[in-house]
Design a protein around this ligand. Structure first.
Ligand code: ZN
Length: 163
């Protein structure tokens, strides 16, 4: 979102190139909309944000609280998270559909194949889904396992994991 990370990052360029190649046309960094979305598809009443995992405190391998100036970062990133909620809310009220593509889907060890991400973006654009997120794949599995572990007996857990 504006002011908290740079535009035209490599992950963002990968998504832009992919969806453009599939025939979708969009505007970039539209300042007239809440949160200044990275890609805006007026025809589909849809916007895509490419979120940096650090700046938005994503629960994934790319985010870790800095060891120094802890209070400064907690306040800064806390504000970002709060602003994200306000922005999502405002966009929804204006009838915009929102897709978040997390940086960990595009880079690092949890990344997905770019074709898979672009396919998901294209499919979502043509759908009527109002909100979706695309994130790194291992993070999804890890958090699913963590979630599954909570309050589940070990034997049930094991049989779940074997499937
Ligand atoms: Zn992430």
């Amino acid at each position: 979102m504006s002011g908290i990370r740079s535009k035209n990052t490599i992950p963002e360029m990968m998504v832009r190139k992919g969806v453009h190649a599939r025939g979708f046309r969009f505007r970039l960094h539209v300042s007239g909309l809440p949160g200044k979305p990275d890609l805006v598809f007026p025809k589909y009443r849809a916007v895509i944000f490419i979120h940096g995992c650090f700046w938005h405190a994503h629960e994934c391998a790319l985010f870790k609280w800095p060891a120094t100036r802890t209070d400064f970062w907690k306040e800064k990133i806390g504000k970002n998270r709060f602003r994200d909620l306000v922005v999502m809310d405002e966009l929804a009220r204006q009838g915009w559909r929102v897709l978040l593509v997390w940086e960990c889907a595009l880079k690092g060890k949890e990344r997905r194949p770019i074709d898979e991400i672009v396919d998901s973006c294209a499919e979502w654009l043509l759908s009527s889904s109002t909100k979706r997120e695309i994130r790194g794949q291992h993070a999804t599995i890890d958090s699913a396992i963590t979630h599954a572990k909570q309050g589940m007996p070990d034997d049930v857990l094991e049989s779940t994991l074997r499937k």
